[in-house]
Design a protein. Structure first.
Length: 67
């Protein structure tokens, strides 16, 4: 079944509009200054180590219960 010319024209127009919109977004992103990351609270190594240990213990418990 051949594609009607009206449908083909609509598809071509939609694709062209999409490509133009993507190019405009890329150009706008290239011109915008990069956003500086907001400084967060200092890294708490004790909390990080505790979380890692808790996750490791949970993994060990799951392995024991599944095997």
């Amino acid at each position: 079944m051949p594609i009607k010319p009206q449908i083909l024209a609509a598809m071509s127009g939609a694709i062209a509009a999409y490509i133009a919109d993507e190019e405009a977004a890329c150009q706008a992103a290239a011109l915008a200054p990069p956003a500086a990351a907001a400084p967060g609270p200092p890294l708490n190594l004790w909390a990080l180590a505790g979380r890692q240990q808790a996750m490791q213990m949970r993994l060990l418990m799951q392995r024991r219960s599944l095997s």
